[in-house]
Design a protein around this ligand. Structure first.
Ligand code: ADP
Ligand code: MG
Ligand code: ZN
Length: 498
């Protein structure tokens, strides 16, 4: 959300082709096939049992909630949900995979087709989805805490994931990042994934190839793993596009391989040659029945979908009369949109509140590092208090500038705007007598400037206003100051007044 975007790069007569595979952790309490906690951050191997440690003779039991979340996602992205899906074993050896296989889906996935509409600077772009399937996560190997050994933490083994695979419809690195932001926002709205890139609950592998513009045939792709921020998605894909173009132009050919992203050096590095499906010896999982999802269940889940980001954005424009840009920022996150709507209910000035939320609120949320997940509820000023603050600007109690000071105090102490205004004596001065006093003082202290102003240097008006605001501690009503000052000075270039 806070990432800045590079200018669209120019690749000459080459055209990049990108398809993304996203692994999203489903927001369930427990793992996919056992009762262990799926939460992040526990002591290593605290969340394990014979099932997720792969002991012989144990049997998996499906977490129904995980299934429901994956179906919800499939429906919200317009996929077809077949009435039958089937679990498959994906076999490979790695120490973080205790069973020696991962339970996944292969030829009968949970959801097929569908797509995501992505708002890009060039307009709305539809990225088609190939499929969504469910699978269990692997554990984690830790290489840097012990000199002599690698350690294995199986807390993540068996955590429920869904893999969302896009068609190769994405045409630039920036578009890939836009797609991921849109997808993450959607999953957060659906409350199926917290979208936390840092903690790995939203991970992306990028498949990249290039071809000459107009060539109907796709080029050979590489797959980049381990990209952990939106910023790095853009950098990694852009760097890989350039590498492939340089390689082909200097007479080489792209090898189908898996590459890693080295953020420090800003380039991708070969990891291993790309495996094909047959390398994994997929076969139907014998310990689990095929999934039969009744139509009525699918329709029930469809009926309970929340309002989704695109619809909410349109409604904000319509209902609150705010610009489409504002509506896009405010609805990108469900919690932010909820916050905004609660503030408007308290004080119905939608445009002013939109400016406050997009400006001061988002800025401080970012400064406090709260923007990665669904945590605006941890921001100390409630939507109602923000509404009451803006109400005090609108009824003339304080100026917009003083309101910033009041907000800072609200953030620091959690106090209500009215208390801060009274306690700190920040009420705006509109009383003509008090303002005239300050005007007289400032004019008396600057006789040369008064003469210059009257001689025609009308820009000096701003100087006087500034001095008067300073003399009143910023509390004078700016319109009243202007009025009284102009009356007292007369028109520039005339010698009246004095
Ligand atoms: P795998 O699971 O082996 O990575 P898939 O065939 O399911 O294989 O493809 C995964 C991703 O690669 C999809 O997102 C797809 O859109 C993308 N993809 C396939 N071919 C290309 C290509 N030539 N260039 C870029 N992306 C591609
Ligand atoms: Mg892949
Ligand atoms: Zn377990």
């Amino acid at each position: 959300m806070s990432d800045t975007r590079d200018e669209t790069p120019d690749y000459g007569d080459w055209e990049p082709v990108i398809g993304l595979e996203v692994h999203a952790q489903l927001l369930t309490e427990s793992k996919l096939f056992c009762g262990c906690s799926a939460s992040f951050g526990a002591a290593p191997n605290a969340h394990t049992c014979p099932v997720c440690m792969g002991f012989p003779g144990v049997l998996p039991v499906l977490n129904e909630r995980a299934l429901e979340f994956a179906i919800r996602t499939g429906i919200a992205t317009g996929c077809t949900i077949p009435t039958r899906a089937r679990w498959a074993r994906k076999n490979y050896f790695y120490p973080d995979l205790p069973k020696g296989y991962q339970i996944s889906m292969f030829d009968e996935p949970l959801a097929i087709g569908g797509g995501i509409d992505v708002e890009t600077p060039a307009g709305t772009k539809r990225v088609r989805l190939t499929r969504i399937h469910m699978e269990e996560d692997a554990g984690k190997n830790i290489h840097d805490t012990d000199d002599a050994h690698s350690l294995v933490d199986l807390n993540r083994a068996g955590v429920p994931l869904m893999e969302i695979v896009s068609e190769p419809d994405i045409a630039s690195a920036a578009e890939a990042a836009d797609y991921l932001r849109t997808l993450r926002s959607l999953l957060q709205y659906l409350e199926v994934c917290d979208g936390n890139l840092e903690q790995g609950s939203f991970r992306c592998d990028a498949n990249v190839s290039v071809r000459k513009k107009g060539d109907p045939k796709l080029g050979t792709r590489t797959e980049i793993k381990n990209i952990n921020s939106f910023r790095n998605v853009e950098r990694a894909i852009d760097s890989e596009i350039r590498r492939q173009i340089d390689l082909i132009e200097s007479g080489g050919t792209v090898r189908q391989e898996t590459r890693g992203w080295d953020a420090d050096r800003g380039r991708t590095l070969a990891m291993r040659s790309k495996e094909d499906a047959h390398d994994y010896r997929y076969f139907p999982e014998p310990d689990l029945l095929p999934l039969e999802v009744p139509r009525e269940r699918i329709e029930a889940i469809r009926g309970e979908l929340p309002e989704l980001p695109a619809a909410r954005r349109d409604r904000f424009v319509e209902q609150y009369g705010i610009p489409d840009y504002d509506a896009g920022v405010l609805t990108a996150r469900r919690d932010l949109a909820d916050y905004y709507e609660a503030a408007v209910r308290t004080h119905p000035n939608p445009k002013a509140l939109s400016n406050w939320v997009m400006g001061d609120v988002l800025r401080t949320v970012r400064e406090r590092g709260l923007d990665e997940a669904l945590v605006i509820r941890d921001w100390p000023v409630s939507a109602e208090s923000l509404g009451r603050l803006v109400a005090r600007i609108d009824d003339g109690t304080i100026s917009g500038k003083i309101a910033k000071t009041v907000l800072e105090e609200m953030l620091a102490s959690g106090a209500e705007p009215d208390d801060v205004i009274e306690r700190k004596g920040l009420r705006q001065v509109t009383d003509a007598g008090a303002i005239t006093g300050a005007v007289e003082e400032v004019l008396a202290a600057n006789p040369d400037k008064v003469a210059e102003y009257r001689g025609g240097k009308d820009k000096l008006l701003g100087f006087f206003v500034g001095q008067i605001m300073k003399a009143t501690g910023g509390k004078a009503n700016p319109q009243a100051v202007n009025q009284i000052l102009r009356a007292r000075l007369g028109e520039p270039g005339t010698s009246s007044g004095g």
